[in-house]
Design a protein around this ligand. Structure first.
Ligand SMILES: [Zn+2]
Length: 319
C-alpha cells in the first residue's frame, strides 16, 4: 500500500496542507486563513479538523503514516515556545495536542528549517550534504543543513540569517539590533530603502504603492534607481553570505522567497561581493542557486520529516 504523509505549512496568514507521497509528489492540497487573531485554541481546532479531513482523503489513496508541520517561531521538542507571527502562542505543545486529536505521529519543525529540508530532499539542494537556505520574504529566514541533517542549534535558535549584521550603524531592525541583513534584503527592507530614496529626492515613485513587484517591474523597464535597489540588496546579501561561507563552508547556498524572483537583478552584485570577500577556493566552489520548490518547500520538508520519523519508529528494536 502506498505510504503518504501530510505536510503542513503553518504561516501567520495562511495554513496550507498537502498529501505527499514518499517521492515528494503532492496528491491533494488545501489552504485556509490562519486567522491568528481569533486566538490559539481556534487556530489549533481548525488545524486539527483540516488535518483530519486530509487524513480521510489520504486513506482513499493509501496509508497515512504521519504528519509533519513547519511552524513559525522557536520550536523545541514538539513545543511552540513562542512565535512572533502567532500572537499569544507561548509554550504550546502542538505536537502532543495534534497526536492526541488525530491518533497519528506528528513532527513539529521550525518553518525555515522545513523549507531548507524540503529543498535538500526534493529541490535545488537534492543530494547535497550541506547547504544554507535563505528565504527572502517579509523577513529574511534561514535554515542550515549540515552533514545531511537540520542544524537547529543548542536550543532551536540556529539559522537566523536575517539577523546577522551587515552594516554596524545601519537600519533599526524589528529584533532591536541595527544593520541586520533583514532590514536591507527582505521585501520590507527593499521597500523601506525605496521610500528613503524618494525622500532624498533621488526617485519619484508613488510611495503609497511601493512593493517589490512594482519596483522589480520598474527595474526591468529600465529604471536605474529601481535596479540599484536590488543591486544594493544583493550587495548586503553577498556580505552576509560571505561570513556564513567562511564559518560553515557549505556546498551550496539556496535562495528562495518572493524577492528571489528578481534573481537576475540582485545576483550580479551578490556574486561580486563573494568574489571580493571570500577565500578564492570558497568563492569558486560554493554553488549559489535559486530555490526550486517555491511555496511548497516547507510542506515537502515537513512531510519528509514525517516519513523519516515513521521509518525510524517502525524499525525492529535491537534489544
Ligand atoms: Zn535583526
Amino acid at each position: 500500500m502506498k505510504k503518504l504523509a501530510i505536510g503542513i505549512d503553518m504561516g501567520g496568514t495562511n495554513i496550507r496542507l498537502a498529501l505527499i507521497s514518499s517521492d515528494g509528489l503532492a496528491i491533494n492540497s488545501l489552504r485556509y486563513k490562519t486567522s491568528a487573531q481569533e486566538g490559539k485554541d481556534a487556530v489549533i481546532s481548525r488545524l486539527s479538523s483540516a488535518t483530519a479531513e486530509m487524513i480521510a482523503e489520504g486513506r482513499k489513496h493509501g496509508m497515512v503514516i504521519g504528519i509533519g508541520i513547519g511552524a513559525p517561531g522557536l520550536i523545541e521538542n514538539g513545543v511552540v515556545r513562542f512565535s512572533p507571527n502567532l500572537p499569544g502562542w507561548k509554550e504550546v505543545p502542538l505536537q502532543n495536542l495534534l497526536e492526541e486529536a488525530l491518533s497519528l505521529p506528528v513532527v513539529l519543525e521550525n518553518d525555515a528549517n522545513a523549507v531548507a529540508y524540503g529543498e535538500n530532499s526534493f529541490g535545488a539542494g537534492k543530494g547535497l550534504s550541506s547547504l544554507i537556505c535563505i528565504t527572502l520574504g517579509t523577513g529574511v529566514g534561514g535554515g542550515l543543513i549540515l552533514d545531511g541533517k537540520i542544524w537547529r542549534g543548542a536550543f532551536g535558535m540556529a539559522g537566523e540569517v536575517g539577523h546577522i549584521v551587515v552594516e554596524p550603524d545601519g537600519n533599526k531592525c524589528s529584533c532591536g539590533n541595527r544593520g541586520c541583513l533583514e532590514t536591507y534584503a527582505s521585501a520590507t527592507g527593499i521597500v523601506r530603502t525605496a521610500r528613503d530614496t524618494v525622500n532624498r529626492g533621488d526617485a519619484s515613485w508613488d510611495t503609497g504603492n511601493l512593493t517589490t513587484e512594482t519596483l522589480e517591474g520598474a527595474a526591468r523597464g529600465g529604471d536605474k534607481a529601481a535596479a540599484s535597489l536590488f543591486a544594493g540588496a544583493g550587495r548586503y546579501l553577498g556580505i552576509g553570505i560571505s561570513s556564513l561561507l567562511h564559518i560553515l563552508n557549505p556546498e551550496a547556498v539556496i535562495i528562495g522567497g518572493g524577492v528571489a524572483r528578481a534573481w537576475d537583478l540582485f545576483y550580479p552584485s551578490l556574486s561580486e561581493e563573494i568574489k571580493q570577500r571570500c577565500f578564492k577556493e570558497i568563492a569558486e566552489r560554493t554553488k549559489i542557486m535559486p530555490a526550486s520548490l517555491g511555496d511548497n518547500a516547507g510542506i515537502l520538508g515537513a512531510a519528509r520529516l514525517a516519513f523519516e520519523q515513521s521509518a525510524v519508529s517502525s524499525q525492529p528494536s535491537s534489544v
